[in-house]
Design a protein around this ligand. Structure first.
Ligand code: 13P
Length: 255
């Protein structure tokens, strides 16, 4: 099956949680629990926690990511962080286009595209988030919304660069609500995203492309979600803040 062509990625998105000292403690607790993972393991943490995360993960199989980046190299952008600042620290991943950025901080498909471009140019691996609001699902336009977000974000991205991008499908109504998409709903949209990739590039690129699911994924529902043909991992919010819960999801992805 095509799924075997892809290595699952389980990434934690800590959002605005944990101080540097709490970061060290949580990662130290996590390390032995995920050491035997047969999937990629990433923790995306607040900017001020990056150094603590990099120090604590040294020599382990846990990779470190940021939760956003700016598209400019430097300049008058108060409060922003450039890709070069991240790569110089040793950060490998960056989340771009999370729905919380789109909803609360004015992120648009166009600014997402600019951030993706800058991240790829800097050699970062991108976790690109797409997903519909509840009203959009109810109106029956989920595929259109997710397809447009995907196409615009990937504008100007070459086939070769795709190896440095994964997409996280995160239905906004499932984030932090405890309301998970059913395994079928997740698989259906993930499959549609893969078809967009196939159309934009080709089938081989689509078969190799990692599409995660995110939205109230936890130790209890991870098995079923991750068993789906088109679900290649997860982007985990709340459950990534508890070492045991996160490691259970990593275990489910390693089966
Ligand atoms: P929850 O797992 O807390 O629903 O958050 C999902 C998410 O937004 C990950 O980016």
């Amino acid at each position: 099956m095509n799924k075997s062509l892809r290595k699952a990625v389980i990434a934690g998105n800590w959002k605005m949680n944990k101080t540097p000292s709490e970061t060290t403690a949580l990662i130290n607790e996590m390390k032995p629990l995920v050491a035997n993972a047969d999937c990629d393991v990433v923790v995306c943490v607040p900017y001020v926690d990056l150094q603590a995360a990099l120090d604590a993960t040294k020599g382990s199989n846990i990779k470190v990511g940021a939760e956003n980046c700016h598209w400019g190299k430097s300049g008058a952008f108060t409060g922003e962080i450039s890709t070069q600042m991240l790569t110089e620290m040793g950060v490998e991943y960056v989340i771009i286009g999370h729905s919380e950025r789109r909803t609360y901080f004015g992120e648009t498909n166009v600014t997402v595209q600019k951030r993706v471009r800058a991240a790829l140019d800097a050699g970062l691996k991108v976790i690109l988030c797409v997903g519909e609001y509840l009203e959009q699902r109810e109106q029956g336009v989920t595929f259109e919304v997710v397809s447009e977000q995907t196409k615009i974000a990937l504008g100007g991205v070459s086939k070769d660069e795709l190896k440095n991008i994964i997409i996280a499908y995160e239905p906004v109504w499932a984030i932090g609500t405890g309301k998970t998409a059913t395994a079928e709903q997740a698989n259906e949209v993930n499959h549609a995203i893969r078809e967009v990739i196939a159309k934009l590039y080709d089938k081989a690129a689509a078969d190799a492309f990692v599409v995660q699911y995110g939205g109230s994924m936890n130790a209890g529902n991870a098995d079923e979600l991750l068993a789906q043909e088109d679900v290649d991992g997860g982007l985990i919010g709340g459950a990534s803040l508890k070492a045991k819960d996160f490691s259970e999801i990593v275990k489910a992805a390693s089966k």
